[in-house]
Write a protein that binds this ligand. Sequence first.
Ligand code: AMP
Length: 601
Amino acid sequence: MSITFSDLGLKEPINKALVDLGYVTPTLIQQKAVPQIISSKEDLKAFAQTGTGKTAAFSLPIVEQADENSKVTQAIILSPTRELAVQIGKNIEDFTKYIPKLNVTTVYGGANIEQQIKQLRKGVQIVVGTPGRTVDLIRRRALKLDNVNWLVLDEADEMLNMGFKEELDKVLEATPDTKQTLLFSATFPREVEAIARNYMHNPVEITSGEKNQGSDNVTHEYYNVTEKTRYEALKRVADVNPNIYAIVFCRTRRETQLIADQLIQDGYNADALHGDLSQNQRDSVMEKFRKKNIQMLVATDVAARGLDVNNLTHVINHKLPDQIENYNHRSGRTGRAGNKGVSIALVNRKERGKLSPIERILKKKFVQTPIPTGKEICEKQLFHLIDKIEQSEVNSAEIDSFLPSIYEKLSSFSREELIQKFVSLEFNSFLSYYENAPDLNKINDRGRDRDSSSGRGSRMSSDNMTRFFINLGRKDRLNPAKLMGLINEQGIDKNVEIGAIDILDTFSFFEIDNNYEAFTLEAFEKSRPEFNGRNVNIEITKERKGRRRSSSSRRRSGGSDRSSGGGNRGFGRTINKSNNNSSGQSSERRRNNNPRKNRRR
Ligand code: AMP
């Protein structure tokens, strides 16, 4: 017989609240953590992914034991992001619904601190906070942790990833030695182990499954891509899954915005979520995503942390995370609450090396999956359309009055002809878009051949490079190494391919992988670097090596190239422009008739 919440020995008001929430069976981590924390004062180290029910696992025993008649703060729960903190606070409010004197307050940065101080002054037994704001409130003496019985470090790995080590130390210092520390983490890299070693006393270890292992409900797939096909592959994944509801993970804020802009421009229900957005913008994007008004949320790891969505169909790694442990966090966003999910990694040749270490953590193999062909996509879209027609409700009241004249107009067509026409109306755009679309799997292979036969390792051919003019030359004591240093300092992308460099007397040229054309312009424009006291300017020049004009005409040429894209240098459009010129995608792109754009929603 399966265990229920009433078997865990929680008091009646909590059980009642859990019934209201529809919680019947405790999850594995709850079955292990709740009785352990209630019955023992020992510290606890719990291996738990998001989606395993870990919030209730640490909150319920605290709610069970907290003294609602005392006004002092008895529990402090630290969480890496505002969103996650708010979510934990809300969960605890739900659990304490029938214990009215037990109060919880959530404190986080970016919100009015005075208001939070006022709340704390009223006397709250449970405080949930982000590390920075918690330390701030301790410093202002608005938050006193001397009587804390429980300290929870939720998503400890993320907090350390985000650079909160110092804040964690400060909070730990403010709490008494007698407290019970509960550390929850999906992964246990060295830094988390160090926290456990230094601040916990012989902690009991529990796990919601095997350490660091991914959910059983998630299958892991990888698609071989090149930089030329990465974005097209992403679109095809979306097109072959018409009901996709996914987070597309990117490594940087810039990459996130770029991919989201491109998807939006290409007619997808997508939006970006990253730290450059204001809190209001982030809240609004998350709300739209929760309501499924957005099908694909392009996000950074950090920004997506607080998003509580249980029914994602896919997690897509547009680029794998720098720290492989984060793959687990990402893929754990799907396959939750008993649902199945797919985690897809788009990997180029270099990135493929990251798959084996991830497989070792997951104890699961990635399945190599071919990028869907145009034919497969058309087939999927066609049957999706038929399903939609089959399921669509007819609003008789609204259309009845038009029907006689519509029947009249279409009376010459047979049933078969009418079906053909209606289906074609919706479907033609997909068909024509993908009609002559290249097999991206073959482009990968050709790319590999070309790379390996070039004799230059993975260097790209000039066709894939954008040539830049830079207003520095030998006279400025520029040399290739210094130029590369200068480019690298702009933080474009550490994997960006730099091609030929020509240093001349008063100016020079360098080539950059044309996928990074816009990034490069943007990066230099943003940081406005100086070199030996001179302001640095770069411009795109379309000239190829060996076809140079005089320096003055070259300058003009560079200038006019740049101004021809003037006002047009938002990421999406500039990148699009470069993609249009790139091999592999051109036949699809040149038509510029994205099927989604032509469809009426
Ligand atoms: P968490 O891992 O705490 O973020 O929880 C993931 C999701 O599962 C949240 O939406 C919870 O509300 C839900 N949840 C947690 N525990 C249970 C349970 N025992 N029964 C049903 N849903 C649960």
